[in-house]
Structure formats: structure tokens, C-alpha cells
Write a protein that binds this ligand. Sequence first.
Ligand code: WTA
Length: 629
Amino acid sequence: MTDENALIRPPQEVLDEANVQDWEGLLETAGADPVAFWEQEAAELEWSKPWEKVLDDSQAPFYHWFTGARTNIVTNAVDRHLTTARRNKLALIWVGEDTSKVRTFSYFSLNREVEKMANILRSMGVEKGDVVTIYLPRIPEIYFAMLACAKIGAIHSVVFAGYSSEALNARIDDSESKLVITVDGSWINGSVFPMKHIVDDAVKFSPSVENVIVIRNTGTEVTMDPTRDHWYHELGRLPIAQGHCETVQVDAEDPLFILYTSGSTGKPKAAVHTHGGYQVHLSSTMKNCLDIHEADRWWCTADPGWITGTSYVIYAPLLRGATAFMAEGSPVYPYPDVWWQLVERYGINGLFTAPTAIRTLMRFGDAWVTKHDISSLRILVSAGEPLNPEAWRWFHEVVGGGRCAVIDNWWQTETGAMQVTSLPAMPKKPGSAGRPIPGQAVAVLDEAGNEVPPGTDGFLVLKNPWPSMLRTLFKEPERYVETYWSKYPGYYLTGDSARVDEDGYVWIIGRTDDVIKVSGHRIGTAEVEAAVNSHPAVAECAAIGLPHEVKGNAIHVVAVLANGYEGSRELVADIRAHVSEHLSPIAKPEAVDFVDKLPKTRSGKIMRRVLRARALGEDEGDLSTLEND
Ligand code: WTA
């Protein structure tokens, strides 16, 4: 038997506790009638008006779920817990980068905070359907801000706290946000990242922004524009901030949030997600696929600026009435055992992280882990990029002590929640993301749209619509159809290549488009190239992703210099710093190489594929379209 086919049976403890014991039965019944399955899952949540139809596909690929129903994700994530014994249980435990700083909120007090923030947003004229940009680090206020927007029917647009003022500005302008919520600064490995300063630069030329709410976090000095900027703690003392704030019941299909993500072209696109279907899909996957029980303490280490964080840090644990845990800091600061210290201190039961973090921690050695009692862990989860078998095993054996379920899961910003995973009780194949979730089916197609035989690489598509699917791209419905539904009509094109083996397990290979996953972060080559091209020494460039042991992929830039410039180590350092400042530190190129000429097609398109092959010493493939010298 090859390693790939080695099935690892889940430990008995996991099986005994699993919400879903008969995983094969569940896949079968949900697969036979996905719509009935989703309807049954939806019935576990509260709706102020029931749906007329579970799935309306009459305007496909603009699918609609739970049409006619009224609800609000906050009703299900917060309000309904307040009338039960859960009102006094912890909804959130937060630990600062300085781990002696701890803040906790019961469901009751979380609701108070959300009401306060919602009252303030209302008083600033934020109405249903308005977009609010949230540019915050991992602090409790990011929960309050997102939930407050949802509560009043506003649409949140969370921008990852590591983005530059240019990137933030592009996202604010595109969404025409009226209001931005930020902090003075955030902590990054003991230093302050000046977030308010970045917002100042970003909104300088944004006519839509009327107000900026600033939360005091690091105590750093900032400039406040009296006509635009407001300290949150001062607003919170005003009478207008006090008292009850009703959760607005919205249409199930009303937008809950937009989240910008990278695609093949320069301009980031925003996936639109709605209240109704999204809450159903999250609640369902949290129960069936991640096996989270109400009594569990759940820690997803992702940042809410990425979809994993929005879905499984903010909404999913609250929808299940569990206790969410959030840490402000990184996994290696001040020492590479800070996570295990926190798991031990707070008795975390479920830990959801990314392969990069696992590989990083693995390199520090087992002793950092084993000196802590982390036996409270039961569920170990990974998403965002392929979890290689070596890292899988380390996670399973060293972190999980062989007692836990290791759950890989594949999905995207666009899918809102997981689509392929290995249910806790399902035997695992390290390196495979698992099988389609209950209610989903996948196929691997060749260029012509034919299904390829098991074990063959091809384009991964999703066959069934699902409740948490993006409904459209914000303000770009044609781009939505073109990007996801035009190559293979009727199927959702994921942009990934993959193969499905004889047992139905999905093996993700990587992106087929110009998207690079760096440490699990999704970055577009076009965005990197725009940042590099804005450096005065660069005439033109191409960015490619090359394999990296820890990061999965790393960004490599190949540049042609402008007249009068010569390549040097200083220039490389300067270009790298330039990208870090003008796009984000996460997009900083690993290497910059200078060439005289970039390979292009006759129509002038840069052939990144050729650059990649050259860098890897592989065959350059078909060069017939390469332009002549
Ligand atoms: C990749 C992140 C392998 C994939 C949730 C996808 C994965 C892209 C996995 C979406 C996984 C995500 N195994 N690859 N378990 N999960 N990917 O939008 O290439 O940030 O298309 O969503 O991440 O990235 P996004």
C-alpha cells in the first residue's frame, strides 16, 4: 500500500464523542437530497419568518437560499443565548500579546458591548445596507464591530490589519464606506504597528468616509481630525450609546458582509455573503465536521481579515453557543510555546490553525509542546493550504498526542465555509483535504470539461450550490458569472487543481490562476506587480510563486530595471521594503531577480508559467506563443 492510501483510523475517544458517528450514512443521505439536508440544518436556528423555498435556482448562477425568510445572524449568534442558561457562560476569552492582559465576556456582556457599538453606529447615520470598513487587529472590539454591523443590517468589510494605506484605500473606495473603525495601533512582536496613521493616509482621498471611530489599544499618540475622528471610549460614555438596541430582522438574502480577495486581475474583488444561508452552513459544519459541542472552548487562530477568521473565529463558535478564544499575538512571540501555554491555561478543546503555523512550530522542536499539559485538546483543524503529511503527523502525534481528530478542510473566501473535509469519525489520509462535506459533491475536469479518471489531475469544480456560497461579486455581477461559472456552465470553478482518488478523497495541488498562497494568505500576482512597478527603478516585472518549506509558497519577483539603474543587493532590499510598505509585509518578495527581458506572448502578456519553469529548472513547455526577439 502506498503512503497516500494509508488510512488513519480516528482514536476511540474521538469516535465516542463525535456528533456524527455514522459519517458514511450522513454523506449518503445528505448526498441523496442536499436541499432536504440543508433544510433540516436550518431548522436548528431561529427565523422570525420561515422560508418559502430552501433553494431558488431559477436565476442560476445567482442562487438564492431560504427565500422569503427573515432572520439575523446576531439573533442566532447572540440573542437567542440570552434567554437560556448560556447568558452567563463565557462567550469570549481574549488574551493580549502580553499574555497577562486578559478580557472575558459572557454572552450577556458580549451583547451589552454589541448593543453599545450598534447604538453608536446608528447615531452616526449608519443604515441598513451601508458598508462599514473594519480595520482592526485581533482584539475583542472586532467581534463587537462585526456583530454590531450585522445587528443593524449594515454590511461589514473587514480589511486585514496588515494591509498598507494604498490597499486599504482601494477597498474603502470600492465599497464607498461611510465609516471606518480602527485602533490607534496594534502590537506586533512587542512593537507598535501604526494603524490609525495608515487609516489617515487611506482616507485622505476617500470622499465617502464621514467618520472614523478609533479604539484605544496601544496608547500610541495619534492625530485626531476633530471633524472626522472619534475616540470609541468617549462615544461609549454618551447617552446615545446606552440602552437596548433591537436586532433588525433582515431578509435571509440580505448581505451580511463583503470580503475582498485576490483574483487573476489587479483589482481585488469582493465576495458578497448573506445572513441566512451563511449562518446555516457555519452552524452545520461546526457541528458535523468540526464536532464542536456547546461546552467546548474553541480557538481558531486565523485573523478575521481573512475568511477563515470571519467564519470560524467570529460567527461559528457563537452560533453553536460555545466559548470562543482569541489571542492577539503571534505563535512565536515571546516564545514558540505561547500557544501551548494558552491551551493549557484555558483548557482549549478545539484548535484551528494553518499549515504554515504548524510547520513553523514544528521546526522549534517537540520540547516546546511537550512541556505543557495540552490534553484538553480533542479536535485539531487546519485550512488555507495543503497540510503536508509530515506536518499532519506532527500535529497528530506531538500536539494531539495521538488522541485527537486531525481535520483538514478545503474552501475559499467565495465559498464562505468549508466544502471538503474529513469528518471527525472518518478515516484520514494525511495530505488529503478529505471528502466533500455532507450536501456537496465535487468533480475534477479536463480542459474540455470531461470528468477525468480517479487519480488524474485536473480542474476542481463544485457540483452543488451550497448555502454559504457567495451570491455575487460586489458591484460586479458579470465578473461573478465570468470568473466562476463560465468555463464549465453549471459547475462552480474553484481555481484550484486537484485529483480525487479511488476512495473519493480530494488531493489539492494548488491554484491554476495568478493567485499565490503565501503562508496561507491569498495574494494576487497583479497586486504584487503593481507595488513593485511603483518603485522608480523598475520598468516592468512579474511575480511568481515558488515552493517554500514553511510558507508553502513564496513570492519571487523577476524585474527589468528602468534606464540608468543597476541591480545591487541594496536595490533588492529596497524593492522588498517598498512592497512591504505599499502592499503589506505579508507580500514582501522572498527574492528579486533582474533580467533584461520578460518572456511574453505575442499579444504582450507576461508568461509567468515560463518564468516558473525556468526558476525550478523544469521544462518550459509549449513556447509557440512566445514573442520573437
Ligand atoms: C487554498 C481560505 C489545500 C486553495 C479558506 C483555495 C487549500 C485557496 C486548503 C482559498 C486546504 C484552502 N488544502 N489548499 N485545506 N484550504 N486552500 O480564499 O488554493 O484565502 O483556492 O480561503 O486556499 O484561499 P482563501
